[in-house]
Design a protein around this ligand. Structure first.
Ligand SMILES: *Cc1c(COP(=O)(O)O)cnc(C)c1O
Length: 475
């Protein structure tokens, strides 16, 4: 190339003109709204012809550039046909929400600016916005003003962070020497109804999966605090080093809340880090009527809440909140000379698992500011009411409730004249009329129904109940 005095033009497919961008943005807005309406009228379940889909996918060899409008239309169609729909009002499933509109708008803003949240030097305003939201959540839980924390991509990352904090605080040489710094094998304690990601967390942190003690439940899906106390005492007598007790506030299976205050007292008496995994149930803090269910969370050293569950943000919006934050810097510190920093603030890259960091928290900031605690309180209470309505109708038709959750999860078994649970769930899902899960609660196979969609109506509740019943009849 000659030493010409201009650069090649920007690649237009990646960096189109403003007019093109606006046209495609508008098209996308319309097409997504249409898809959303079709989804609510259609099947909750995927209806994709996988053979045809794979063939089309294989056709993308990335040799010939393609027009973007048909590409976006194709992508929407594959999502419409090829995924279980969290945005369907009869998705009564795992804690995956239909995302609220403010969070989707905020996600778009975050994507457009793409700020780097690793450091407060690069992103002074975004880092402060996130810290402000975390402090508000901490305050709502009854934590002191000096509490802090950060956004995570997931509840799993937040729970992992609690274990790293616990290990770092328990043994000053853990950072340098790892678990061999401890005088004996370490142990962490959750109930047997805890989220299964805890076993991956034990693996990742290097303490090993055997370090995870799954404490018995009390017959009602909550950690048995006497069994917890005995397990910790027994381990200590045998030279094991207990480092973390993690109670669950809102178990995945039954929506039960461990006895938070008793677990706190046991943790304190043994000098062990106390974490509350409120990934889903933590949103109950927004409700004046329900927040008392989480009493005892204020005694924790740290807790987890996923905004991408009951706070209904888009995926990838977890939170780790800690009473004392100095240990975060001890656990995640690093020395660099290239990072822009602002000595007056805590830089996320020096206090968290991540380095490059998306502006995760804007979604909860905008949603919380738009709805207020009151709006979120109403959202949470509405979900509890949806489940109460489901429960009334199923009990009236001879079903039995197995759990007694104050949150929005119901575990039921069908009356004797209906078929096996396995068949009922399979038939229901293949009907596409609603989505529910099959799980175990206190040793018994149950159908698990959870309200996750903020717009489910009584007609949807009736349709669920009719569809469940029909799924139990001879097909
Ligand atoms: C969902 C959940 C997790 C895992 O969180 P992710 O965001 O899916 O990683 C952990 N604990 C509880 C109680 C949960 O509900």
């Amino acid at each position: 190339m000659s030493a010409s005095d201009d650069l090649p033009s920007p690649v237009p497919s990646l960096f189109p003109s403003r007019a093109t961008r606006e046209r495609v943005d508008d098209l996308l807005t319309r097409e997504l709204a249409n898809a959303n309406e079709r989804i609510a009228r259609g099947s909750v379940m995927p209806r994709l012809d996988m053979a045809k889909f794979r063939q089309e996918l294989a056709g993308f060899d990335f040799e010939t550039p393609q027009a973007v409008e048909p590409l976006l239309a194709w992508s929407i169609a594959q999502l419409e046909l090829g995924a279980v729909h969290m945005t369907h009002p009869r998705y009564f499933g795992l804690f995956n929400p239909a995302p609220g509109a403010p969070s989707q708008w905020a996600d778009r803003i975050a994507g457009a600016f793409n700020p780097q949240l690793a450091s407060s030097g690069s992103s002074p305003a975004p880092v402060e916005i996130e810290a402000h939201v975390i402090r508000a959540i901490a305050g709502r839980a009854g934590f002191p003003a000096e509490a802090g924390g950060h956004f995570t991509t997931s509840g799993s990352e937040a729970n992992y962070t609690s274990l790293i904090c616990a290990l770092t605080r328990a043994e000053p040489r853990f950072g340098a020497d790892g678990v061999r710094a401890f005088p004996g094998p370490v142990a962490l304690y959750t109930s047997r109804d805890c989220h299964p990601a805890w076993s991956k967390i034990a693996h990742q942190a290097g303490v090993g999966r055997c370090a995870l003690r799954l404490v018995a439940t009390d017959g009602n899906g909550r950690m048995d605090s006497r069994a917890l106390s005995e397990a910790v005492t027994r381990d200590r007598r045998q030279g094991v080093v207990p480092v973390l007790i993690a109670a669950t506030a809102g178990t995945t299976g039954g929506g039960m809340i461990d006895p938070l205050a008793s677990c706190a007292a046991i943790a304190r008496s043994h000098g062990v880090w106390y974490h509350v995994d409120a990934a889903w149930g933590g949103a109950a803090l927004a409700s004046d009527r329900l927040r008392g269910e989480l009493d005892g969370i204020e005694l924790a050293d740290s807790f987890t809440i996923d905004a991408h569950k009951w706070f209904a943000t888009t995926m990838g919006c977890g939170m780790f909140v800690a009473r004392h934050t100095a240990v975060l810097n001890e656990a995640f510190r690093v020395a660099t000379d290239f990072m822009p920093t602002n000595a007056s603030s805590l830089d996320p890259y020096l206090n968290t698992v991540q380095w490059s960091r998306r502006f995760l928290g804007l979604r909860l900031f905008v949603s919380l500011a738009a709805a207020g605690w009151k709006g979120y309180g109403a959202h949470v209470e509405r979900a509890v009411e949806v489940i109460a309505q489901v429960k009334n109708r199923l009990l009236a038709r001879g079903w039995s409730a197995m759990n007694d959750s104050s949150l929005a999860v119901l575990c039921v078994v069908p009356p004797a004249e209906l078929g096996e649970i396995r068949d009922i769930v399979r038939n229901l899902l293949s009907s596409g009329r609603a989505w529910v899960a099959r799980t175990n609660f206190e040793g018994r196979e149950v159908i698990r129904i959870c309200a996750t969609h903020g717009e489910t109506t009584l007609a949807d509740v009736d349709e669920l109940v009719n569809a469940l019943h029909a799924a139990g009849l001879p097909q």
